[in-house]
Write a protein that binds this ligand. Structure first.
Ligand SMILES: [Zn+2]
Length: 487
């Protein structure tokens, strides 16, 4: 229109005729633009309607539950580097294929130093004999075959341990009895997990020969919770385990009485220098912009203590079910939806391997999101900030309208937490989104033998899958670019 208007002020007859043409073109263009905006409004209403139907269909069925049941029952625990992980990879290929995904394949990578648990035991040997409930920490070194025995020194918090002078714990077994705070978000975990991750090296720099952390758990169950520890370079690596909450409390009560306590600890583990691992991928190819990818998924690997229903069978089931429902639509959304079932989250490696292998494609990844917070209800969607535009405002309105009945609100601000498998993509500039879930009870069972299907609520699982289906459908129908942030 601007270009046509600039041709004003003709004088000759032919120019006057040309001016008439211009006016006609202008009018036609106006009508076209009006029609286009009507079409856009119409298309947008249709998108919202389809998203609402996907949401409601997901709430009715048991799609997510069936996938979760299949994974935890037919495969069970699936640590990276184990034969079970190979079976999990084959399961994922079969499942994605059966559910109608396209381009289903496994992307192989090498997991370095895959950690494999051996036999473990612990007991209190003084003031009286008692078996202790412990579990070795991932990446932890074994004890000598005969085990170790020593007097314990117990700290109420990691901070107290960190204030001890060098050499002050020579030959001791350090116990940290710091409780984890129950919170709705992951804050309680982020704070408590430092004991497990940093504690062993803090103890070793002061001369300790072993380390026990009270389980990073919000439950009072006897079952201990595992998870990785990280040794500092240049510090002796000491055997490290988590101890069940009641046992940690017993040790603390004895120490409070001034009673000397001795503990015996036997941990064995092996390390596979180079283990094969896989990210398993399936796609719903986009009808108009197949190269633009909405990337979602959960992690296929797990700890070895349980069937790992919530961490992260739930994330696998939620995202796979959401995408599979969209695969059933007669018309695929504009953009491609890609499900990546990550192969080494717990002991790291899958996110980095993927980001590395897809370096040339990162610009095409519109948004990435991982479901790795269990199966309890989602309550908040964190979308990447976008430049304020009518398109982004409309997108937020659509998402608010479709997610409100699920009791999920929407925030267009950078997510504060996301699955660790998308961390390398995020660092490389890929926008990430995240659903916050109520984690009040997630850490009751997380990384313990109690992480089973018995703890999963089918309605909550469905609520998540419904929210994801609506989200990814709307994201795949829009043409919004989340990288275009203006400050
Ligand atoms: Zn996880």
């Amino acid at each position: 229109v601007q270009r046509l208007k600039s041709h004003s002020g003709p004088s000759s007859a032919s120019e006057r005729g040309s001016n008439r043409d211009h006016r006609m073109l202008e009018a036609l263009l106006g009508v076209t633009l009006l029609l286009q905006s009507l079409c856009v409004a119409h298309a947008q209403a249709a998108t919202r309607e389809v998203a609402a139907q996907l949401r409601d269909e997901m709430l009715r069925g048991s799609r997510a539950w069936d996938i979760l049941d299949s994974l935890v029952t037919e495969i069970g625990a699936r640590p990276t580097g184990s034969p079970a992980m190979t079976r999990a990879k084959d399961w994922a290929i079969r499942k994605l294929t059966d559910l109608g995904f396209q381009n289903v394949h496994a992307e192989r990578f090498i997991k370095k130093d895959a950690w494999v648990r051996g036999s473990e035991s612990a007991s209190m040997t003084a003031p009286y004999g008692r078996t202790l409930s412990i579990v070795g920490l991932g990446n932890g070194v074994p004890t000598p075959a005969a085990g170790i025995e020593g007097d314990i020194v117990l700290f109420a918090t990691l901070e107290q341990l960190s204030r001890m002078p060098a050499e002050s714990l020579r030959g001791k077994i350090v116990v940290v009895d710091e409780p984890m705070v129950r919170t709705q978000n992951e804050e309680g975990y982020r704070s408590a997990v430092r004991v497990r991750v940093e504690g062993p090296s803090l103890a070793a720099t002061r001369g300790a020969v072993g380390f026990l952390t009270r389980s990073i758990s919000t439950s009072d169950s006897e079952l201990p919770h595992t998870g990785v520890t990280r040794y500092l370079d240049g510090v002796p690596k000491v055997p490290a385990a988590a101890i069940g909450v009641p046992d940690a409390q017993l040790l603390a009560r004895l120490v409070a009485r001034g009673t000397p306590v001795r503990v015996r600890l036997l941990l064995s583990s092996t390390v596979i220098a180079e283990a094969p691992a896989w990210n398993v991928v399936g796609e719903i190819r986009g009808r108009e912009a197949p190269d633009q990818v909405i990337l979602i998924g959960g992690h296929l690997d797990s700890w070895d203590l349980s069937e790992a229903a919530s961490d992260d069978g739930a994330g696998v089931a939620i995202t796979t079910a959401a995408a599979a429902l969209i695969a059933e639509l007669p018309r695929h959304p504009r953009r491609t939806i890609r499900v990546v079932l990550w192969g080494s989250e717990e002991t790291e490696g899958s996110g980095a391997a993927y980001a590395d292998a897809h370096r040339d494609e990162l610009r095409n990844l519109i948004i990435a999101a991982e479901s790795d917070f269990g199966a309890s209800r989602a309550y908040r969607l964190a979308l990447p900030e976008t430049s304020a535009s009518s398109a982004s405002e409309e997108l937020i309105k659509d998402l608010e309208a479709v997610l409100a009945p699920l009791k999920v609100f929407v925030r267009s601000e950078a997510a504060r937490s996301w699955g660790s498998d998308v961390e390398d993509l995020r660092k490389a500039g890929v926008p990430v989104a995240s659903f916050n879930q109520d984690q009040s009870h997630y850490f009751d069972v997380h990384h313990s033998a109690d992480d089973t299907l018995a703890w999963i609520d089918g309605a909550d699982l469905n609520q998540n899958a419904a929210a994801w289906a609506a989200l990814i459908y709307i994201l795949a129908e829009t043409s919004l670019d989340f990288r275009a942030v203006e400050h």
